[in-house]
Write a protein that binds this ligand. Structure first.
Ligand code: PLP
Length: 418
């Protein structure tokens, strides 16, 4: 049998070690060192009594992959190690995880409090789907902690937080809002996708349920969709039951890709946030940029809270371009080391405006009401060399500046910017 550290051996280990060894305590067929993709819908039993014991949860084992699957369980154990959670449940996407958590814990007549800033899909659940099931939704101004506290104090079953927010990078004071929620007995849910477990562990700050879109930094390669939910086993049992019946299970191949990606999470994030910091600082000096959102900037409205509750500031920066969508359309295609795409958290740098990324589901009016202007661009900084990313951005801005000068030709500007 292969020698592997047991779970207890990880108790004092750092995040890098947990990311590699977390959940990997299971022995594999053929002494394989890597988690196999167990592609089986069902698991067979000749002994009907033994089968029944597994089905009733009296004996360990697997019955049917909508309920549980060995590859998926390894992933669940790994995120559990990273978030220091008792238990975890995997879903087919981040949105499957978010909607399943909300529908597990909210029913007709309940009330949920959240903020105006959140991932566009999450916002749609709050605005479109929850109200029609008879759940009251109150979305507060994200920067107004007093308003959020007042709304919580009126009574609610769930407080839903996303921090930092996508794509505006606003920061919520987790401990302060958890305290308000505990006073009314509300369950606190936090989307930790942007921070990653490396930078922020909401469970340690009093949050009850942590959610990740594993599509992003956790898998890290932009080649898979997945969602993860972590918390106490008593809560996760309810979430797992909802998944079993509603069926948004993660498939084992996707689980394998996420496991593989997670092993390098810490290395990737260190490089990515180092570059993000450099890009944010450069963007602050660029005249074609009217504002920069990055929690690591001393001028960020909640920089102090970010310093207190985060170990690092993450790899996402957003900024507003002078000239709005017209400038976006010229700048983005000029970038050499960047995808223009609706994803984030991958090894490649990715740029995109909110209109086609985080808030593609919202109308222009809805975006403006949420304070998201058409010139807002989000950049997910990849693992490329920092200087290359800076130079790339500089040459793209030089091109835009040249074009904006009167009578400039696209061809002359292309030469000048090179
Ligand atoms: C992408 C994202 C989601 C949704 O995840 P999917 O895997 O795309 O369903 C939720 N929250 C945040 C913060 C995200 O960035």
């Amino acid at each position: 049998m292969n020698k592997k550290p047991d779970s207890a051996g990880l108790d004092n280990a750092g995040a890098g070690t947990r990311a590699v060894w977390g959940g990997e305590q299971v022995s594999h067929p053929y002494n394989a060192t890597q988690t196999p993709i167990v592609a089986s819908a069902a698991y067979g039993y000749d002994d009907i009594d033994a089968w029944y014991d597994v089905a009733l949860g009296k004996a360990p084992g697997f019955i049917y992959s909508r309920m549980s699957n060995p590859t998926v369980e390894t992933l669940e154990a790994k995120i559990g190690e990273l978030e220091m959670a008792e238990s975890a449940v995997a879903f087919s996407s981040g949105m499957a995880a978010i909607s399943s958590v909300l529908y597990t814990f909210l029913a007709h007549g309940d009330r949920v409090v959240s903020t105006k800033d959140s991932y566009g899909g999450t916002n749609k659940i709050f605005e479109e789907f929850l109200p029609r099931t008879g759940v009251a939704v109150t979305l507060c101004e994200t920067f107004d902690h007093e308003q959020i506290e007042r709304e919580i104090a009126k009574g609610c079953q769930v407080l839903y937080l996303e921090t930092p927010t996508n794509p505006t990078l606003k920061i919520l004071d987790i401990q302060r809002l958890v305290a308000a929620a505990k006073r009314v007995g509300a369950l606190v849910v936090a989307d930790n996708t942007f921070a990653t477990p490396l930078n922020q562990n909401p469970l340690a700050l009093g949050v009850d349920v942590v959610i990740h879109s594993a599509t992003k930094f956790l898998s890290g390669h932009g080649d898979v969709l997945g969602g993860l939910v972590c918390g106490k086993e008593s809560l996760m049992a309810k979430v797992r039951h909802y998944r079993e019946i509603n069926g948004a299970t993660l498939d084992p191949f996707s689980a394998y890709l996420i496991i593989r990606g997670m092993k390098t999470l810490v290395l990737r994030m260190r490089q990515q946030q180092r570059s993000a910091c450099a890009l944010a600082e450069f963007l602050c000096t660029e005249p074609l940029v009217s504002s920069v959102n990055y929690p690591g900037l001393p001028g960020h409205p909640n920089h102090a809270v970010a310093c207190a509750q985060m170990a690092g500031f993450g790899a996402i920066v957003s900024f507003v371009l002078v000239g709005g969508m017209d400038t976006v359309k010229v700048l983005l295609p000029r970038l050499r080391f960047a995808h223009c795409a609706g994803n984030l958290g991958a090894v490649e740098t990715i740029y995109g405006p909110a209109r086609t990324t985080s808030h593609v589901e919202n109308t222009l009016e809805e975006r403006l009401a949420l304070g998201i202007s058409e010139g807002l661009v989000r950049v997910s900084v990849g693992i490329e060399d920092t200087d290359d990313l800076l130079d790339d951005l500089k040459q793209a801005f030089a091109f835009v500046r040249c074009l904006r000068e009167e009578n400039s030709q696209r061809s002359t500007c292309a030469e000048a910017a090179n």
